[in-house]
Design a protein around this ligand. Structure first.
Ligand code: F6P
Length: 548
């Protein structure tokens, strides 16, 4: 099916022609109740999309697109455990991981809940032993430091959630996340850690990922240098994987291996035992609140009409901005310091899921899919790249994300933080007209010549669309809702674009080439002739200057 030739798409083209030159100032002037009409609240999570450049008619047309592409049908197939990740022949059931009732997972053919509950129980056991000090290291000491070794989905989700909830973490435990192959990530950490009190979680779905494997081996060597005895591994290493055999070969005993399943995608795995670091940080009750938050969003996604469905609306708005208004990138701007890893998490979630040009049927897509996702802590961005958002002439939709109350309150900080967040989305939306700029300059006492000179620099075009997502506070439940909201948004977009959002073949080529280059980098010249001139030249440089 050529999506762009459908009646629904064509209808949206007409709405685009109607609205593309309309300013957000006009949208707000036309409807004083716009905030009420274009915002939704679920369990205190507020999504305000009133600063998006569309009206009810365009939104209805977008919902019609969602209906015509069978978003509801695909959603039901996903929840039913159908193998919608057909290129890997896998079901997509991360939502079962946050099913908290003692009932089978609704609709799924095969009841995965007994295994999910069994692993959750083992997590609970580990979490209680570590947090209470009962889990002892090879010299009998309680654990003080947890190091998660993983990358991609085995790093970004747990790192985001652990940092986001750090205000309520166990006071006696420190958490670190190591992902980079560069030894500068692990080496300085090992220098300051005590092997007697350090627990490593090796999180890797496949247990073959080069980065994780190398870091885990180095960590093991470091531990063995102090402990001298193989049995110490059982005291200091836990594996989370869908390949228990490989974890066992590494030397981790079965009792320390927590299973995930092939129906959990890496970037959707926070809710599984991959979230062990989060559970160690905030306790199993806190982790279950995270799951409950996500489950609340799942239920909303499944049971709410598309017109009022948060993830569906976020997906449709993003499609509107990308495919109709022509945005090529989108910025994620968390204002809470503790949410600093949200942009990186969403980069993987969105771009690894939907960064594709081929449809489920293997046909080229007829429109561009996912925009480039990037972002930074909002206030830091204000003093860096916001200039371009305000006056750079690019259309860059933004997501502002902020909690109403501070997780680390200090007198006088929260109101300015919130004021900045609100001010930026308003400034981006409404800008400053020439008339406003002129009257400000004149009120400041400038003469006509100076005003004329300065005026072009003082005008803000505005009309930069944004969505603002507010939470009362950074608590596990709210965070769970927020992350599940984005997961389902990505899913809906994938369905509409006709993509399989759950594979990631695009990351394979680089991995293969890296493995092929390794011998050459280490000095084996026999493969040199097969290399392209650029790679050969760069390798020659490494040979001259590197310390491989
Ligand atoms: O290379 C991409 C990727 O496969 C991601 O999808 C995944 O989250 C990451 O690598 C880590 O994979 P693993 O958990 O198997 O180590």
């Amino acid at each position: 099916m050529n999506l762009t030739l459908t009646t629904e798409w064509q209808a949206l083209q007409l709405h685009k022609s109607r609205l593309e030159h309309q300013h957000l100032r006009d949208f707000f002037a036309a409807d004083p109740e716009r905030f009420n009409h274009f915002s939704l609240e679920l369990e205190d999570l507020l999504v305000d999309y009133s600063k998006q450049r569309l009206d009810s008619a365009a939104l209805d047309a977008l919902v019609a697109l969602a209906k015509s592409t069978d978003v509801a049908g695909w959603r039901d197939r996903m929840f039913a455990g159908e193998k919608i990740n057909f290129s890997e022949d896998r079901a997509v059931l991360h939502t079962a991981l946050r099913h908290t009732a003692f009932t089978p997972f609704p609709n799924a053919d095969e009841d995965v809940m007994p295994q999910v509950r069994a692993v959750r129980q083992r997590m609970r056991d580990i979490v209680e032993r570590v947090r209470s000090g009962l889990w002892r290291g090879f010299k009998g000491d309680a654990i003080q430091t947890v190091v998660n070794i993983g990358i991609g989905g085995s790093d970004l989700g747990p790192k985001l959630a652990t940092r986001a909830l750090s205000a309520v973490q166990h006071p006696g435990l420190k958490f670190y996340f190591v992902s980079n192959l560069d030894s500068a990530h692990l080496a300085p950490l090992l220098e300051k850690l005590d092997p007697r009190t350090t627990l490593f979680i090796v999180a890797s779905k496949t247990f073959t990922t080069q980065e994780t494997s190398l870091n885990a081996h180095t960590a093991r060597t470091w531990l063995m240098a102090a402990a001298m005895e193989e049995w110490a591994i059982a005291k200091h290493f836990i594996a989370v994987t869908s390949s228990p055999g490989k974890a066992h070969e590494f030397g981790i005993p079965e009792a320390n291996i927590l299973q995930i399943w092939d129906w959990v995608g890496g970037r959707y795995s926070l809710w599984s035992a991959v979230g062990l670091s989060v559970a160690l940080a905030i306790g199993m009750h806190g982790f279950e609140r995270l799951l409950e938050g996500a489950e609340t969003m799942d239920k909303h996604f499944c049971n709410t009409p598309l017109e009022k469905n948060m993830p569906v609306l976020l997906a449709l708005i993003s499609i509107w901005n990308t495919n109709f208004l022509g945005a090529e990138t989108t910025a994620v701007l968390p204002y809470n310091e503790s949410m600093r890893h949200l942009p990186a998490f969403l980069q993987q979630l969105e771009m690894e899921s939907n960064g594709k040009t081929v449809s489920r049927d293997g046909e080229p897509l007829t429109c561009r899919a996912n925009p480039i996702v990037w972002g930074e802590i909002g206030v830091n961005g204000q003093h860096a790249f916001f200039q371009l958002l305000h006056q750079g002439g690019w259309l860059i939709p933004c997501d502002f994300v902020v909690a109403a109350s501070s997780d680390y309150p200090l007198p006088g900080h929260q109101a300015p933080l919130l004021a900045n967040c609100l001010a930026q989305s308003a400034a981006l939306a409404f800008g400053k007209t020439e008339a406003q700029a002129r009257s400000e300059l004149s009120a400041a006492g400038l003469n006509e010549a100076s005003i004329t000179k300065l005026l072009p620099h003082k005008v803000f075009a505005g009309n930069q669309p944004s969505t603002t997502i507010l939470m009362p506070s950074l608590d596990p439940f709210q965070l769970g809702m927020l992350l599940a909201l984005y997961e389902h948004k990505v899913f809906v977009q994938g369905v509409i674009w006709g993509i399989n959002s759950f594979d990631q073949w695009g990351v394979e080529l680089g991995k293969q080439l890296a493995n092929r280059l390794l011998p050459t980098l280490k000095g084996d010249l026999s493969h040199d002739a097969q290399l392209d001139a650029s790679t050969s030249g760069l390798i020659a440089y490494f040979r001259r200057h590197g310390n491989c």
